[in-house]
Design a protein around this ligand. Structure first.
Ligand code: MIC
Ligand code: SF4
Length: 650
């Protein structure tokens, strides 16, 4: 029997547990990445562990999310992150250098390495054959300190690609096709592994578009083998010596195999308000108000060059606004040097900084009731910053066609030839905006910059004997972390938990935070009741940390997504799932609930507990799918108190 590529890399990095599907394993992490919106908390937590150094092969701190800098908060965060990087020997990618995933792919990602990032699109690096996963900042902090990263040994889905993409169909359409097949739910605990003859024609940036958006299916990660395309990309980045071939064994057994014929892929779009809501672009014919090109999914050199060729010499129609955010400074300076930037500007594009920007809703929000076509990866309601906007996710060519005609439709209807742009054999390398680790002497003498926006990570109390509380909110299916902890204009409070906590569930229920904090102050435990796939989307641990701060002790859901479930445990909130999904009905808001002897149940390893509903005196069975380690973390009140206590015990 042979191994899948996923299993090979995981087995090579195994430091705890035995490799059995669905069992918890601990692996060694070679590389970490953080971005500023999750990074400040990750490093504050790292600091509170009292370690003197990082223990990874390489850790990089990127500033790409909050680069708007209205007020002092973002700049305070940047200064803090820069000083932390200097103090602990971490690479620092300065604001303006680009989006973490794009820059990591260009400059650091390596075949066969494990990468843990405090951002859900970390699997982008799967494009070069790195086993790259998103996690909460605290997990990344622990990994930076040399601790194992724990995950469920995954089941592997083979995506066997055949044929070749036809003109006007792109890697983004493959990513959307995968979403159409797998949907955005029910994939927790799986990894997508790409195989087949079809992959040889896909360049690394194209593969990275596919692994990036695999995040939307909820899988742990997605990965391509490392082959001659990988070598070509690494050589073009002057990193050929870091190449090594890596493929699954011929006899590898997959849990599920799906075949995709690239020849048959058509231009697609994800319609509002879910990345899984896939339609054919040709079935749409809609007037467009805004087109936004960029994000970590589609902002590579080839993406932007293709758009530039399409719009060169033409004029943006009235009533349409076009924004372009290059993925990195490498991409931006390449298109500046070869003149394509001028073509985009002449067409009428508004050129934005090489950062996340519009994708996270902190700028370029479209107008009321508008249609916005975006090349990013998430179109959750309100994420653009405009609750009534209808966001369609497409490839850069579909987006450019929309910018040319003012209508969202099939780009094959345009009266032009497909501008086939090749990936260059050599990218211009200039790492001056990446500050390398300082010498040990300089490190020791570094003072950490703590402006007034830098708070302290909140510390939780150990779990109480019983949970005695109330359903403070009940929500339905597919609740994303953008619903729980909005980003956009609220992002600047990421380093200030008491302030950020005021906005928990803001898009769904503006009073939640005040209700929860007053119940907490009366000694009542808050509980969240939810439907399927609770906590989809981002890795932001604030979606657990801020509810913890408001006194939430448990989430009872039909199902919970991987990263969010791990974040709940990390912050001492018990993730329960209904034994009977229909019990969701009998737990409306304000229901008083008791979960007696929860501590004892966790200590004993019980796999289910009874929740007693006060008003009706009903008893509901709740499941707890937790490893022994997770139970101990919950008892301690979270990963931070657990880690500090285990260290003291040693
Ligand atoms: C996102 O795309 O939602 C983000 C913003 O990059 C998040 C991280 C965050 O909330 O800071 C993610 O994907 O994890
Ligand atoms: Fe940034 Fe958007 Fe990518 Fe998140 S999805 S990392 S906000 S570009």
């Amino acid at each position: 029997m042979g191994y899948t590529l996923t299993e090979k890399i995981l087995r090579e990095h195994l430091v705890d547990g035995s490799y059995e599907p669905d069992e918890e394993i601990g692996i060694k992490i070679d590389q970490t990445l953080t971005q500023d919106a999750t990074g400040t908390m990750a490093y504050l937590q790292f600091e509170s562990m009292g370690l003197s150094d990082i223990a990874t092969e390489l850790s990089v701190s990127y500033v790409d999310h909050n680069t708007i800098q209205v007020g002092f908060e973002n700049a305070d965060d940047h200064a803090y992150l820069e000083s932390i990087a200097k103090r602990y020997g971490i690479y620092f990618s300065r604001p303006g250098n680009g989006i973490c995933h794009q820059v990591h792919l260009e400059r650091f990602a390596r075949p066969g390495k494990t990468l843990l990032g405090s951002d859900s699109h970390t699997p982008t690096a799967g494009g070069v054959g790195s086993l790259a996963m998103g996690a909460g900042g605290l997990d990344v902090a622990v990994a930076m300190g040399g601790g194992a990263y724990y995950l469920t040994a995954p089941r592997v889905i083979e995506l066997h690609l055949t044929g070749k993409l036809q003109p006007w169909s792109t890697a983004k359409d493959v990513a959307l096709k995968v979403l159409q097949i797998l949907s955005t739910k029910g994939n927790v605990g799986f990894v997508c592994e790409y195989t087949g003859d079809g992959i040889s024609s896909l360049t690394v940036p194209e593969r990275a578009t596919i692994t990036n958006m695999g995040a939307e299916t909820g899988v742990t990660t997605s990965i391509f083998p490392s082959d001659l395309q990988t070598r070509r990309f690494l050589a073009a980045q002057e990193r050929e010596s870091q190449w090594k071939p890596l493929v699954a064994d011929k006899e590898a057994l997959y849990d599920r195999s799906l075949e995709i014929d690239l020849e048959q892929i058509e231009p697609l779009a994800a319609a509002p308000h879910s990345p899984g809501n896939i339609v054919r672009a040709g079935d749409l014919d809609l007037p467009v108000d805004q087109v936004m090109i960029g994000s970590c999914t589609n902002s590579s050199y080839v993406d932007l060059m293709t758009v530039a060729r399409m719009v060169k010499g033409r004029k943006l129609p009235e009533g349409v606004s076009l924004g372009i955010a290059p993925g990195s400074r490498q991409v931006l300076s390449a298109i500046a040097k070869n003149g394509a930037l001028g073509d985009l500007i002449e067409f009428g594009a508004r050129i934005l900084e090489a950062s996340c920007g519009f994708c996270i809703g902190n700028s370029m929000s479209p107008c009321t009731n508008s249609i916005s076509v975006r090349t990013s990866n998430r179109n959750f309601m309100g994420r653009s910053g405009t609750p009534s906007a209808n966001v369609y996710l497409t490839s850069p060519v579909v987006a450019a066609a929309a910018a040319l005609t003012g209508r969202l439709s099939d780009p094959r209807e345009l009266d032009m030839d497909f501008p086939a742009v090749q990936m260059p054999d050599h990218f211009h390398i200039d790492d001056r905006m990446i500050i390398p680790p300082a010498s040990p002497d300089l490190r020791a003498g570094t003072t950490i910059c703590r402006g007034p926006n830098i708070g302290q990570p909140p510390v939780n109390q150990p779990l109480p004997e019983d949970i005695t509380g109330c359903v403070t909110i009940r929500v339905g299916d597919l609740i994303t972390t953008d619903h729980i902890m909005p980003a956009g204009s609220r992002l600047k409070y990421r380093s200030n938990v008491p302030k950020y906590a005021e906005f928990v569930f803001e898009p769904l229920d503006r009073d939640f935070a005040s209700r929860a904090s007053s119940l907490r102050d009366q000694g009542c435990h808050n509980l969240i009741v939810a439907g399927l796939s609770y906590g989809q989307g981002s890795s932001r641990e604030h979606a657990a940390m801020c509810p913890m701060y408001l006194g939430v002790k448990g989430v009872i859901a039909k199902s919970i997504e991987r990263i969010h479930a791990a974040n709940l445990v990390n912050f001492g909130i018990v993730p329960f799932t209904f034994e009977q999904e229909s019990d969701w009905e009998i737990l409306p808001e304000n229901t008083r609930i008791r979960i007696p002897a929860i501590r004892r149940s966790l200590e004993r390893g019980d796999e289910s507990v009874l929740a007693l509903v006060e008003q009706s005196e009903q008893a509901l069975a709740l499941k707890m799918n937790l490893s022994g380690r997770q139970r101990m973390i919950l008892l301690a009140g979270g990963l931070l108190p657990y880690t500090v206590a285990s260290r003291k015990g040693n």
